[in-house]
Design a protein around this ligand. Structure first.
Ligand SMILES: [Fe+2]
Length: 379
């Protein structure tokens, strides 16, 4: 008996799928629909899209025969003039029903109030020129949630150019951009000289924007220091210190709102956001945009104290990084993870002007994967 006959005998056909040995000796089962739908011929390598439409099969796919040949599973399909050759290396990635490896799914590293000197910094003109540096920048945003872009040109275009390195600009109900300075008739607390408590932006949107850019164009006022804290650091410590409170804040959603003459934006969010691994991935919190809590009053007996315990913890000195933004710097941070605020300033004491915009988290992850990984179709 030669080797090929040996391998042929090793593939066993069932009613709904087949079982075969993989290169590492493991036996693995694969469903026929899955094998037929994902035949390499189902994908157009130019458009990189699936061109096969399984809905057009008249009968359930079933192997007439199958064998392992030259490191690939070869299937002759019953009732169809079609042969599938699927590499064992491809099959090995799908044996356990685990999600496909995602290079952008990086473990987060929490940071504390003493982090300012270590905040990753990237020069804007260098980022524009160097895709590898761009990948390092995005990696810092995925892992730490915050980075500073330096040497920003003093123009509106520079902010767009920088945002476009991560993805397309994500408009909000403020438009494509927002300008943070003092207004005579403010529609938002940010547009006054008052202190601004630690918050995430636009929580009232169903999907609040993911990455925030704050480009400091002028800052010569007295006061107005920037405050930033890592929501992951605080929520992870809260989980250890106050498990019951953590459970409430990560499972019970509360209402947020943003209302004025022409808009009435509403959403419900949990204050603590968990990812698919059950790890803390972010926060949604904003005292100035929290709506009147409409939970049953007896639930509030537990929820409110937990909410306040967490809110006080967020302001503890160990978490809040304080610094003065300088003209020419752009803070870039995960709006679902990093809370930001500012100390009050004297409006008449000088000029303070920040211009901001957003890009979604998914766009940033997409850009990162495209920069660092091969994908399924790259040669
Ligand atoms: Fe804000």
């Amino acid at each position: 008996m030669n080797v090929m006959q040996d391998m042929t005998a090793a593939v066993s056909l069932g009613d709904k799928g087949l079982t075969l040995p993989l290169a590492d000796g493991r036996e693995a089962y694969f469903n026929y629909y899955w094998l037929r739908d994902n035949c390499p011929s189902s994908f157009n390598t130019e458009t990189r899209e699936r061109t096969f439409d399984i809905f057009h099969l008249e009968t359930a796919p079933r192997a007439a025969s199958a064998r392992v040949e030259d490191g690939a599973l070869v299937i002759d399909w019953a009732g169809e003039d079609h042969v599938t050759r699927m590499p064992l290396s491809t099959l090995a990635q799908y044996t356990d029903g685990r999600p496909r490896h995602d290079p952008a799914d990086l473990p987060r590293v929490a940071w504390y109030s003493d982090h300012f000197a270590d905040v990753p910094r990237f020069s804007q003109p260098e980022l524009v020129k160097d895709p590898a540096l761009c990948a390092k920048w995005i990696e810092a945003l995925l892992v730490e949630g915050l980075a500073i872009v330096t040497d920003m040109p003093d123009s509106n275009e520079a902010l767009t150019e920088t945002a476009n390195l991560l993805g397309t600009v994500r408009p909000t109900f403020f438009g494509d951009f927002f300008d943070v300075k003092t207004y005579i008739n403010p529609t938002n607390s940010a547009y006054t000289a008052a202190a601004l408590e630690l918050h995430t932006d636009t929580p009232a949107e169903e999907h609040a924007p993911g990455v925030q850019f704050l480009h400091c164009r002028r800052n010569s006022v007295e006061g107005g220091g920037s405050l930033y804290a890592d929501g992951v650091a605080v929520a992870n410590d809260f989980r250890a210190r106050d498990p019951e409170g953590f459970k409430l804040l990560s499972t019970v959603s509360i209402p947020f709102y943003c209302e004025h003459d022409t808009y009435d934006v509403r959403s419900r969010q949990t204050v603590i956001e968990l990812d698919a691994h059950g790890e803390v991935s972010g926060l949604t919190i904003s005292q100035h945009m929290a709506d009147i809590f409409d939970l049953p009053q007896d639930v509030l007996d537990d929820y409110y104290p937990a909410f306040c315990r967490f809110g006080k913890m967020l302001q503890e000195d160990r978490y809040v990084m304080k610094f003065m933004m300088k003209a020419g710097e752009c803070l870039v941070f995960d709006n679902h993870r990093i809370v930001h605020g500012r100390a009050a300033y004297t409006a008449s004491s000088g000029e303070r002007y920040l211009r901001g915009t957003y890009v979604d988290r998914g766009e940033m992850r997409s850009r990162y994967r495209a920069l660092v990984s091969e994908g399924r179709f790259k040669a």
